[in-house]
Design a protein around this ligand. Structure first.
Ligand code: FES
Ligand SMILES: [Fe+2]
Length: 374
């Protein structure tokens, strides 16, 4: 549905800061290069602790991080062939979570029926993805499409993010083009105008007009046409639970969000840019060095400023959850409706009682209770 783009004050119901996730989507948990054959990692998606391991053949597996014997964390164990062995008594579990060996059992003795929960897992765009919801639904969803990946015209910069803030705060930061003020010392953007706004059950599409000026705009190709102020359109597409944001044909950002727990969020971003450098340099052995330099000297500087703001928001929310806030950007209000709506949809589908994995939130909260407009 098409929404008005007028900026207008609206009260925010702060319980958006406690809403849970709809787990029936693929979530990124780790850069693939961080899990080598024979290694185990501890990852978490919305309070579900998971032992992620790559077997000696190179295949990834994800098991609940609790041994079915006594509950020891399986990520402290070791990979043995295609199995994961618990560090305590050495029980071995295959990739489906079945107990396949107890080292002190006689060879012919039947194994007990002990199974660790397993999660659908896949590797795409050099990122490891896990489906934390109903495994029967995993095949009906997929990680976002990233056509720029491996495309020769684009140079990719991987941007890791970690925020001590609820994922709604992080998502609002990405939708919020009106915070160029924060980045003014880094030659951020200015004079933003919200041009178009649409919302569906699972996403928000917003187009903003913004202006740029300075040497940075030339480096990443915004300012080719001259030396003055350049005005461009930024298209932001939130498709629950991830983002794609494009600056015309200049850059394309895929921001994949990973909610860890209510006060901790990670992100795995792929920023595609066109650099005014020859191909032999961009594709050769210096590729990783160029990526690291751009990450450190440009994108992390922006990110650190954002992190400071997001964590400040979270601290004040924790300090006084009842304090009232005013939002003026209808794109943020639309985003909150989608986040809450997706959570309510999951709660209604699963009919889960108040518990840990659903975010510790009551299903009876309605949209009107969560976001109330003036
Ligand atoms: S607790 Fe895992 S094998 Fe005993
Ligand atoms: Fe920012």
């Amino acid at each position: 549905m098409e929404l008005a783009t007028t900026l207008k004050g609206q009260s925010i119901q702060n319980r958006i800061r406690e809403v849970g996730i709809n787990p029936n989507y693929w979530y990124p948990v780790e850069w693939a290069s961080q899990v080598k054959p024979g290694e185990v990692r501890s990852v978490m998606i919305w309070r579900q602790a998971i032992a992620l391991y790559r077997d000696t053949q190179g295949s990834l597996h994800a098991l609940a991080d609790a041994c079915p014997h006594k509950g020891v964390e399986l990520h402290k164990g070791e990979v043995q062939g295609s199995n994961l062995a618990c560090p305590y008594h050495g029980w071995e579990f295959d990739g489906d979570g079945n107990c396949v060996n107890i080292p002190y059992f006689p060879k012919d003795q039947k194994l007990p029926c002990a199974k660790a929960q397993s999660y659908p897992v896949q590797e795409k765009y050099e990122i490891v993805w896990i489906f934390p919801g109903d495994p029967n639904l995993a095949e009906y969803q997929s990680p976002p499409e990233v056509p720029e990946f491996d495309h020769p015209d684009w140079f990719v910069v991987r941007i890791p993010g970690k925020f001590e803030a609820h994922f709604s705060i992080c998502n609002e930061n990405t939708m919020d083009v009106f915070h160029g003020f924060l980045h003014k010392d880094l030659q951020g953007w200015f004079d933003p105008v919200l041009l178009n706004l649409q919302q569906t059950e699972s996403g928000v599409a917003a187009d903003y007009r913004v202006s740029y000026q300075g040497w940075l705009t030339k480096l990443i190709g915004i300012g080719k046409e001259g030396t003055g102020v350049i005005t461009r359109t930024v298209s932001i597409r939130y498709q629950y639970p991830h983002y794609h944001s494009a600056l015309e044909d200049v850059s394309s950002l895929y921001l994949m969000r990973s909610p860890v727990e209510s006060g901790l969020t990670r992100s795995f971003s792929l920023m595609f840019i066109r650099l005014p450098l020859p191909n032999w340099l961009l594709k050769g052995p210096l590729k990783n060095l160029i990526e690291k330099l751009i990450l450190k000297h440009i994108f992390l500087k922006f990110l650190h400023q954002d992190v400071e703001m997001m964590e400040s928001e979270q601290r004040n929310y924790i300090g006084n959850p009842k304090r009232q806030y005013i939002e003026v950007n209808p794109a943020i209000i639309a985003l909150q409706r989608v986040i809450i709506g997706q959570y309510e949809k999951f709660m209604q589908q699963s009919k889960q009682p108040f518990n840990q994995t659903n975010g510790g939130y009551k299903a009876s909260l309605t949209l009107a209770e969560m976001v109330k407009s003036e």
